[in-house]
Design a protein around this ligand. Structure first.
Ligand SMILES: NC(=O)c1ccc[n+]([C@@H]2O[C@H](COP(=O)([O-])OP(=O)(O)OC[C@H]3O[C@@H](n4cnc5c(N)ncnc54)[C@H](O)[C@@H]3O)[C@@H](O)[C@H]2O)c1
Length: 334
């Protein structure tokens, strides 16, 4: 019997993880706590709402009392909740500190005072910063975060490592590269490009578009998380990468090709401040130790994603307003 608490399960990655865990044999009950903030969407989990194993709590990980109550009834905590949008962290960093650092702290405190068997932190490749000179980061490499978002994620990772070492809390940290797939908010790069192209609007590309990202299909990411939950001894950090290094311009061109749209829809816009030129991870540890490998090729997954957005206008239409589709959202003030 394994009772799981997932935080941020109404978001993009969280909803894929919840769907995967509730359909597994080993997870006997799952509580999803989410404050229904930016990035969340109740429609992400419409299909699991009636599931016997699943329950939803509208709540905030910044609330230590709530967190402490929830943690009492579970064996495993997976912290997916975060303020995630880099551009928004540039406009207004404080909510990122409150959720990503203090929220993680509340969860860790609750876990160490209760009999939680495992605390997993879902983190990001952005904690390592820019990957210069063709290198790929390993789990032990130093943090060099560039944005307020990645700085708060790095701070949270440090707290998790300290709770493992100081209090003996069993922890796992996963650091994945950029995700894409169904249910990703239209404000993010790939959905925005698909939706704008579908509407015949210009597709914005920051600066030259030569920034390299290492893309992973979200289902491959959540499969890696599940592998770590089931197979790892704990006390570990795992990089998760599918090895799909592509620059942003190439990704937009592939989307336009799949959608049979003209290349002149591409519009170069002012670059984001502090924009990292390249992210790259070495994921050999999770592959060799846990036997995980991605199942989807980049092109196959991109085609699936384009098809999903084209077939699920009901999902994205209410989110795709003028603001969410704005070409340079780092200039937005909250
Ligand atoms: N999207 C990516 O490419 C990517 C890559 C690597 C790591 N990650 C990490 O994965 C996690 C999920 O990312 P995502 O893209 O699904 O984000 P998302 O923005 O889609 O979802 C985040 C969810 O967390 C919830 N949340 C935010 N603050 C909360 C709070 N204080 N209390 C309770 N719930 C709260 C939101 O309501 C939302 O449902 C994050 O921790 C992020 O750092 C994301």
């Amino acid at each position: 019997m394994v009772r799981v608490l997932v935080t941020g399960g109404l978001g993009f990655i969280g909803s894929h993880l919840v769907r995967r865990l509730v359909s597994s044999d080993w997870c006997t009950s799952l509580i999803n706590v989410d404050n229904m903030g930016f990035g969340s969407n109740v429609n992400n989990l419409k299909d699991v709402e009636g599931c016997r194993k699943y329950s939803f709590v509208y709540g905030d990980i910044r609330d230590p009392e709530l967190v402490s109550r929830l943690v009492k009834d579970v064996d495993v905590v997976v912290n997916v909740a975060a303020e995630t949008h880099v551009d928004r962290s540039i406009s207004n960093p404080k909510p990122f500190l409150e959720t990503n650092v203090l929220g993680t702290f509340n969860l860790l405190e609750a876990c160490r005072h209760n009999d939680v068997r495992l605390f997993m932190q879902v983190s990001t490749d952005e904690v390592y910063g820019e990957a210069e000179g063709g290198r790929s980061f390993k789990e032990g490499d130093a943090f060099r975060p560039s944005s307020p978002y990645s700085a708060t994620k790095a701070a949270a990772d440090c707290l998790v490592m300290a709770y493992n070492r100081t209090y003996g809390l069993n922890t796992i940290i996963t650091r994945s590269t950029n995700n894409f797939g169904p249910y990703q908010h239209p404000e993010k790069f790939i959905p925005k490009a698909i939706i704008r192209a579908a509407l015949g609007l210009k597709v914005p590309v920051y600066g030259s578009g030569r920034q390299v990202r290492d893309w992973i299909y979200v289902e491959d990411h959540v499969e890696a998380i599940e592998s770590a939950l089931l197979k790892s001894r704990g006390g570990k950090v795992y990089n998760i990468s599918a090895g799909n290094e592509l620059n942003n311009l190439e990704v937009v061109k592939q989307i336009l090709r799949i959608m049979d749209k003209p290349m002149d829809l591409i519009e170069h816009v002012e670059d984001r401040p502090g924009h990292d030129a390249r992210y790259s991870l070495d994921s050999s540890l999770i592959r060799s130790e846990l036997g995980w490998a991605p199942r989807h090729s980049f092109l196959e997954a991109l085609r699936k994603t384009v098809r999903w957005y084209m077939q699920n206008e009901w999902w994205w239409k209410p989110l795709a307003d003028e603001r969410t589709l704005h070409p340079t959202p780092w200039k937005i003030r909250w």
